[in-house]
Write a protein of this length. Structure first.
Length: 493
C-alpha cells in the first residue's frame, strides 16, 4: 500500500493540540510557556515551549491510540527503503548503543572499525562487549583514517569466527565512505548482521549522485543523525532495520534500556517534518547543495595555500571506497596555519564556525540550507585568513605518529579498565601503563585512547603536542593532558 508522504503525523497532531487550546495539569511545569522565566521566553520565544509537551497524555492520549509517532516512523521507513524505523530523541549516541546490544552482549565479540565514535566505546564500557578492532585504512601521507575495507572484515572474521556481527562507520566526519555492499556480503555469508553508524549520512538516500545508502547496500541496522546533515533538531536520531538477523522487538527493547521516558515532541516533530521535506523535495534540494558544494570547492582551491580534498585524494586502493562531497575538507599549507589556528581566527575575526579542525585541516559542511548568501562570506573569510596567515609565526608542531604507532595493544576489556582501580599519573610517566579513560579529540569525537589500551610514548606525545597546538580533549580527566588516568598496576586492573 502506498503511503502518503504529504502527511506529517506528529506535526499535524501538534498543530491540532495547539488549536484545541487544551489545559495540561501534567509536566512540563512551564505549562506552555506561562511559567517560564520572562527573559528565557524573550530569547527562546514561546513557540519552543508551546511545542514542548508530553508525548503520552499530551500530544497523544495516555494509551497512544493516535499512533502519531508510530505512523511517522512508518513513513520514514518507507522513504528510505527500510523495513522498520525507530525515532529517538537522545541522539545517535543512544541509537548505536541500542544497535550494538541487539547484536552482542557481555563477553561476546563484535568486530568494530577502530575509527568508531566515542559512543561506541561508551557502549563497550557499559555492556561488557569484547571489541575486536578492525584497523581503518590509514592514509599515512595525510594522517587521516578511512573506513576499513571488506577484506579487513573478512580477515577479522577468519581470526575471530565467534564474533556476533560487525560495526562500521560510514561516512566518516570527513566524508569518506566504506564499501558497504562488500562488508555486508562478508557478514551475511556467515549469517552475521552488519551495523552501520551512518550518523553523517541522513541525506544519502535522497540523491543518486551521493554515496550508497546503508539500507540499499544491505546493512541490517543503520543509525542516522537527522540533525547533522538534515533539518532535524539537535539530538534527533533514527535507526533503521531490515532483514531477518535482528528481531525488531529486540532492537526496540534494547533502545528502551538507554532511552528517556520523557521524549521531546519538538524533536519528534523535527524528524517528521524533515522526512516529509526530503520525500517531496529532497532531490531538488540536494541537487542545489551538490552544485553549490562544487562551486565552493573550486573557489577555495584558488586560494593560495589551501587545497580541497576530493575523491582523487581520499579514494582508491587502500583508501576509501567513495566520498560524500558535501563535507568540504580544506587542507592547509604553510608554516603559520593549522586547522586549530584557522578555526579560532575565523570565529574570532569573521564570525564563522567550521565543523572540524585538526592539525592540518578544517571542514566546512555544506547542506541544502546553504546558498551563496552563506558561502560568499565563507569564501571571503578564507581569503582573508590566507592573507593574514602570511605574517604569522610558525604554528606549533603536532607530533603525528605513524599509522602503526597509533594502534596500541588492547590489554583488557574497556569495561574492566574503566571500572577498576585507577590513578592519575603524569603523562611523562604513563608509557606502558594501561589507560582507564577515553581521550578523544573533539570534534569529531573518535577516541585516540580507549580504556584498556596500553599507552605508548608516540600516542602520548601526539596528544600532548596536540593540546599545545589547540586540540580539544573534553572527556579526558585532565583536558590539559598534564596527567592521564591509568589502571592500578602495570598489567591491567
Amino acid at each position: 500500500m502506498s503511503l502518503d508522504h504529504t502527511r506529517a503525523p506528529v506535526l499535524e497532531a501538534l498543530d491540532a493540540y495547539r488549536r484545541a487550546d487544551m489545559l495540561a495539569f501534567t509536566p512540563p511545569g512551564h505549562k506552555q510557556a506561562r511559567g517560564a522565566d520572562p527573559e528565557v521566553r524573550r530569547i527562546l520565544g514561546d513557540a519552543v515551549f508551546q511545542g514542548d509537551l508530553l508525548a503520552s497524555g499530551g500530544l497523544d492520549d495516555r494509551r497512544l491510540r493516535g499512533e502519531y509517532v508510530q505512523r511517522a516512523e512508518e513513513l520514514m521507513a518507507d522513504v528510505v527503503h527500510a523495513t522498520h524505523t525507530f525515532f529517538t530523541t537522545c541522539g545517535s549516541s543512544l541509537s548505536v548503543k541500542a544497535a550494538m546490544l541487539s547484536v552482542a552482549g557481555p563477553g561476546r565479540q563484535l568486530l568494530i572499525g577502530r575509527d568508531a565514535h566515542k559512543s561506541v566505546v561508551s557502549a563497550l564500557i557499559l555492556s561488557g562487549i569484547e571489541p575486536v578492532w578492525v584497523e581503518p585504512c590509514w592514509d599515512a601521507k595525510r594522517h587521516l583514517a578511512h573506513p576499513p575495507s571488506a577484506a579487513d572484515f573478512e580477515a577479522a572474521f577468519a581470526a575471530h569466527p565467534g564474533a556476533t556481527g560487525a560495526l562500521v562507520t560510514s561516512p566518516t566526519p570527513y566524508g569518506s565512505c566504506a564499501d558497504l555492499r562488500g562488508i555486508a556480503e562478508v557478514c551475511h555469508r556467515r549469517s552475521r548482521p552488519l551495523i552501520v553508524d551512518e550518523a553523517w549520512g541522513a541525506h544519502l538516500p535522497f540523491h543518486p549522485d551521493l554515496p550508497t545508502w546503508a539500507m540499499d547496500a544491505g546493512a541490517d541496522v543503520c543509525v542516522t543523525s537527522i540533525h547533522k546533515m538534515g533539518s532535524g533538531l539537535e539530538q534527533g536520531s533514527v535507526f533503521h532495520l531490515q532483514g531477518g538477523l535482528i528481531a525488531p522487538d529486540v532492537l526496540k527493547n534494547r533502545a528502551d534500556l538507554w532511552g528517556t521516558t520523557s521524549p521531546s515532541v519538538l524533536i519528534y516533530a523535527g524528524l517528521d517534518g524533515w522526512r516529509r521535506q526530503m520525500a517531496l523535495h529532497g532531490r531538488e534540494l540536494l541537487t542545489h547543495a551538490l552544485n553549490l558544494a562544487a562551486e565552493v570547492r573550486a573557489d577555495i582551491e584558488e586560494i593560495d595555500g589551501m587545497h580541497v580534498n576530493d575523491a582523487r585524494d581520499f579514494c582508491g586502493p587502500g583508501l576509501a571506497a567513495d566520498l560524500d562531497p558535501l563535507p568540504v575538507v580544506v587542507d592547509l599549507a604553510g608554516p603559520g596555519l593549522s586547522g586549530y589556528r584557522a578555526a579560532d581566527w575565523l570565529r574570532e575575526h569573521r564570525g564563522i564556525n567550521v565543523h572540524i579542525a585538526d592539525h592540518r585541516r578544517i571542514n566546512v559542511q555544506i547542506t541544502h540550507a546553504d546558498s551563496r548568501e552563506t558561502t560568499g562570506p565563507l569564501l571571503r573569510a578564507l581569503q582573508d585568513l590566507a592573507d593574514a596567515a602570511r605574517g604569522w609565526d610558525a604554528a606549533p608542531v603536532v607530533e603525528m605518529p605513524s599509522p602503526d604507532e597509533l594502534r596500541m595493544e588492547q590489554a583488557c576489556l574497556p569495561r574492566d579498565a574503566f571500572f577498576g582501580g585507577t590513578q592519575d599519573v603524569p603523562v611523562g610517566e604513563a608509557a606502558d601503563r594501561v589507560a582507564a579513560e577515553m581521550v578523544t579529540p573533539y570534534p569529531p569525537g573518535i577516541p585516540v585512547v580507549l580504556p584498556g589500551e596500553r599507552l605508548t610514548e608516540p600516542v602520548l606525545a601526539y596528544l600532548r603536542s596536540g593540546v599545545e597546538a589547540g586540540m580539544n580533549l573534553p572527556d579526558a580527566a585532565d583536558p590539559a593532558f598534564r596527567t592521564v588516568r591509568v589502571t592500578d598496576g602495570r598489567g591491567g586492573p
